[in-house]
Design a protein around this ligand. Structure first.
Ligand code: ADP
Length: 334
């Protein structure tokens, strides 16, 4: 399992649950989203009505699930969690909607991957708080309307652009989550190390934060690897050098690029001379789905100034050649 893969699996979910901020004022970074959301919640509480539906867009590990939990906590209402891929049939969604309690928050992760019939049922539920249950088949089929308690939908997607417009338009508020600044990740790390009972000097936090790919989940994961390393090699004492040695051992590079990032850059440079090359060709070259390359690897590479998306395809920058220690062909960059 890749150390810097942005998704969480297995035991990690338990640790994540313990490290999750519970209230909006504990949530670090994303200042604009926090302020916007705080207004939405406060006015809903004042009117004593469920707030508008909220869509959160942003890469894995940036805090979408955490925020949905915070929304429910701040409103003092229950939270139901499901995901787009789990809603294969309209009936799967109807079963959830029909058992929601008044004001409940329904969180649908990866909402862009919901099946079409469920999606259509959701439109009606979001707008009119009712669903039509179709009974029977063919000409004898009838639609039985069913009331749904007023609820708040919180949808999460890796890219708002992946959602069909009619669904996107039914959200009253779209929160765009971006990569975190190094200083913000340092705060995340200090908070987590307090919770883990670990002493973390500022320069060690800085070292880990800089290699965390702008992502709190990765920061927390690297912190645990550094702690493991320190326990075995340095009597539990974490210093900047210990952090750096641990991360080198786990092959997290100085800019936090992971195996997929390096594979994408490597293919772009070595197989396609730096591009331009189309997304699907590049994805085949690294043996991944185009969506994974586009949603997981590229946003970070673009942000680091290593890759550019152009109308003619993906292109490596001069910094990319430098980062992988390669020499660009003489005609590159004009
Ligand atoms: P997503 O749902 O976007 O994949 P999560 O909400 O599951 O991401 O966040 C992953 C982990 O990162 C959480 O366990 C949480 O501890 C941490 N985290 C995310 N955002 C923040 C934040 N703003 N402040 C502190 N910790 C955070």
């Amino acid at each position: 399992r890749d150390l810097v893969a942005p998704d969480a699996e297995g035991d990690e979910r338990l640790i994540e649950a313990a490290l999750r901020p519970k209230r909006l004022d504990e949530f670090i970074g994303q200042a604009r989203v926090r302020e916007q959301l705080s207004l939405v919640l406060q006015s809903a509480l004042r009117r004593n009505r469920p707030p508008d539906h909220v869509l959160m867009s942003g890469g894995p590990g940036l805090g979408k699930t955490t925020l949905s939990m915070i929304i429910a906590t701040e409103l003092s209402v229950p939270l139901r969690i499901t995901s787009g891929p789990a809603l294969e049939r309209a009936g799967d969604l109807a079963a959830i909607l029909s058992t929601l309690s008044e004001g409940e928050v329904l969180f649908i992760d990866e909402i862009h991957r919901m099946a079409r019939p469920a999606e259509e049922m959701l439109y009606l539920a979001m707008e009119d708080f009712r669903v039509d249950i179709v009974v029977g088949k063919g000409p004898g089929a009838t639609a039985i309307p069913l009331e749904v308690a007023p609820f708040t939908l919180v949808g999460a997607t890796t890219r708002a652009g992946l959602l069909p417009a009619p669904l996107r338009d039914r959200f009253g508020f779209v929160a765009h989550m971006d990569f975190y600044e190094v200083a913000e990740l340092e705060q995340v790390l200090h908070r987590s190390s307090r919770l883990l009972g670990l002493e973390l000097p500022g320069d060690a936090a800085h070292e880990i934060a800089g290699r965390s790919r702008g992502t709190p989940r990765i920061a927390n994961r690297l912190l645990r690897r550094v702690r493991d390393f320190a326990e075995v090699r340095s009597g539990g004492v974490v210093t900047r050098d210990v952090a750096s040695a641990a991360l080198n051992l786990y092959e997290v590079d100085a800019e936090g690029l992971d195996r997929l990032d390096r594979a994408v850059l490597g293919a772009l440079l070595r197989k396609f001379g730096g591009g331009p090359v189309g997304l699907s060709t590049l994805a085949v070259a690294v043996g991944e789905e185009p969506e994974t390359v586009e949603v997981v690897a590229e946003p970070f590479l673009v942000r680091q100034g290593l890759l550019a998306r152009t109308p003619r395809g993906r292109v490596a920058t001069a910094a990319a050649w430098l980062h992988l220690g390669l020499t660009p062909p003489p005609d590159a960059f004009g």
